[in-house]
Write a protein that binds this ligand. Structure first.
Ligand code: UD1
Length: 416
C-alpha cells in the first residue's frame, strides 16, 4: 500500500491550478444515465472516486471514454437498473444512480452504501423523498429496492439539507414530466453546478444553490456538454497548507464566492487573502491567531475543511474550538495530529485545540479523505519527516497531490 514521505518545514510558494470538483463531477457523470445521447463533461479530476464512477456507469451499460480530464459518456448496451455492492461499498455517492434510473425505468436497486467511516451516513432522507414522489421502497438481501408505475412530480421538504438527497431528487425530478419543488434543499455550489448541467440536458432548474429548487422535468432529456466547477475543498486544503507553512500561494481557478465561511475565518486568523482575476492569493508570515469554527451546511463552514482547519489551528497562538455538526465521528484526525505534537482534547463532536509553536514529524495514518488531507497539511508544516500510511483515502479526493505540492516547493514523495 502506498504511503507519503514528507519532509516538512518548508513554506509553500508559487501557483497551483485547482482541479475540477470531485463532488460536482460525480452527480454530473451519473446524470448521463438519463439519456442515450452522448454527454461530454470537461474538467473532471483524475481520481479514484471518478474511476469508480466510470466503472459504475460501464457496469450499468454505458460506454465511457475518459482522458485528459474529459469524459464522454455514450450509449453502450441496454441499461441495467442495479448498482452492485462491490462498487457502492467503495463509494457512497453510488446511491445517486437511484434517482436517474428510477425516473427513467420506474425501478432501481442499489446496495446499501458503505463509503467513508465518518458516522452513520444513512440514506433515509433520499428514500423518504422518493416515497413522496410515489416510489415504493423495500430492502432485499442488503439492497434498497425502489419501484413505481411512474414517478410523479410533487413537493418535497427535506428534514435536513442533505447534499446527496438534494442531488438524487433533482436528477429524478429532471426526468419526470411536471414541476417538482424541493424545500430545505442543500445550497452547496455543487448543487448549482448540477442544476446547470440538468438544464443543459433539457430540464428547467430554478433556484439551485438556494433552499428551494424548482425542477421542470421532461421524459426527453438529451445529450449535453459541460465543464465542472473548481474544487472548493481542494482549494481550501492548498490554502490551509500554504498558511500552515507560512507560505505565499496563488490558487488558480479558485472561486472566493464558494468559500466565504473559510475565507472569513482565515482573515480572522491574521493571514492575507487577495482576490485575483485568475483566482486567489493567500499569504501568512506568522503563526495564526486562534479562531473558533463550527461546521454547517453551505454557506456555513464546510465539514470537508474541518480537519485541514484543525491542522492549521494546531499552530495557533492560543486556544481555539472546533465543533463538527454535520457528521458524527469526524474528529479522528485529532489523535494522529497529537502524535505530531499537537495538543487537542476531543469530546463527542467537539475539539479544543491548544496551539503549539511547532509540530514534529511522526509516523501517522489517514482514516478518511479529509482527515488524510489534514495530516498532509500538518506534515508540510512540521519539523522533520512524517510518513503517512493509507494514502488510498487521500487518493479518493485529491488529483496529483504530491506533484502539485512539489511544484510549490514541498518535499513529498510517494512510496510503497
Ligand atoms: C456530500 C459530500 C461530502 C460532504 C457532505 C456534506 C459528495 C460526494 N460528498 O456527502 O464530501 O462532506 O456532502 O457537505 O458530494 N444524512 C442522513 N440521512 C440521509 C442523508 C444524510 O441522516 O438520507 C446525514 C448524514 O449522515 C450526515 C449529514 O446528513 O450526517 C450530511 O450528509 P449529506 O449532506 O447527505 O452528505 P453526502 O451527500 O453524503
Amino acid at each position: 500500500m502506498d504511503f507519503f514521505v514528507i519532509d516538512g518545514g518548508r513554506p509553500l510558494r508559487g501557483a497551483v491550478r485547482i482541479s475540477g470538483s470531485k463532488n460536482a463531477a460525480l452527480p454530473n457523470l451519473i446524470s448521463t444515465l438519463m439519456t442515450d445521447d452522448a454527454c461530454t463533461i470537461h474538467h473532471v479530476p483524475e481520481l479514484r472516486d471518478i474511476r469508480t464512477t466510470v466503472r459504475l456507469l460501464e457496469t450499468m451499460g454505458k460506454k465511457v471514454s475518459y482522458a485528459r480530464g474529459t469524459a464522454v459518456v455514450e450509449h453502450g448496451s441496454r441499461l441495467k437498473t442495479r448498482a452492485p455492492y462491490d462498487l457502492v461499498k467503495q463509494m457512497r455517492a453510488s446511491v445517486l444512480v437511484a434517482g436517474p434510473v428510477l425516473a427513467r425505468f420506474g425501478k432501481a436497486r442499489v446496495s446499501l452504501p458503505g463509503g467513508c467511516t465518518i458516522g452513520m451516513r444513512p440514506i433515509d432522507i433520499h428514500l423518504e423523498a422518493f416515497k413522496k414522489l410515489g416510489a415504493r421502497v423495500s430492502t432485499e438481501h442488503g439492497d434498497v429496492v425502489l419501484d413505481c408505475e411512474r414517478l410523479e412530480p410533487g413537493t418535497v421538504r427535506f428534514r435536513f439539507p442533505s447534499v446527496g438527497a438534494t442531488e438524487n431528487l433533482m436528477m429524478a425530478a429532471a426526468g419526470v414530466k411536471g414541476t417538482t419543488v424541493l424545500k430545505n434543499a442543500a445550497r452547496e455550489p455543487e448543487i448549482e453546478d448540477l442544476g446547470t448541467f440538468l438544464t443543459r440536458m433539457g430540464a428547467r432548474v430554478d433556484g439551485a444553490g438556494t433552499d428551494t429548487v424548482t425542477i421542470e422535468g421532461t421524459s426527453r432529456l438529451h445529450g449535453a456538454e459541460h465543464s465542472v466547477i473548481a474544487d472548493r475543498v481542494e482549494t481550501g486544503t492548498f490554502l490551509l497548507a500554504a498558511l500552515a507553512t507560512k507560505g505565499d500561494v496563488r490558487l488558480i481557478g479558485a472561486k472566493a464566492q464558494h468559500l466565504t465561511a473559510l475565507l472569513e475565518a482565515v482573515k480572522r486568523s491574521g493571514a492575507t487573502v487577495t482576490e485575483l482575476p485568475e483566482g486567489l492569493r493567500v499569504k501568512a508570515k506568522d503563526r495564526p491567531k486562534p479562531v473558533d469554527i463550527h461546521t454547517e451546511p453551505h454557506p456555513g463552514f464546510p465539514t470537508d475543511l474541518q480537519a485541514p482547519w484543525m491542522a492549521y489551528m494546531t499552530l495557533a497562538r492560543g486556544k481555539s474550538k472546533v465543533r463538527e455538526s454535520v457528521f458524527e465521528n469526524r474528529v479522528m484526525h485529532a489523535a494522529e495530529l497529537g502524535r505530531m505534537g499537537a495538543r487537542i482534547r476531543t469530546g463527542g463532536e467537539r475539539a479544543v485545540v491548544e496551539g503549539v509553536p511547532e509540530l514534529f514529524g511522526a509516523p501517522i495514518m489517514a482514516s478518511d479523505i479529509r482527515a488524510g488531507a489534514a495530516l498532509v497539511v500538518a506534515a508540510l508544516a512540521a519539523k522533520g519527516q512524517t510518513v503517512i500510511q493509507r494514502v488510498y483515502h487521500i487518493d479518493r479526493g485529491y488529483e496529483k497531490l504530491e506533484k502539485k505540492l512539489r511544484a510549490l516547493g514541498a518535499q513529498i514523495r510517494r512510496a510503497h
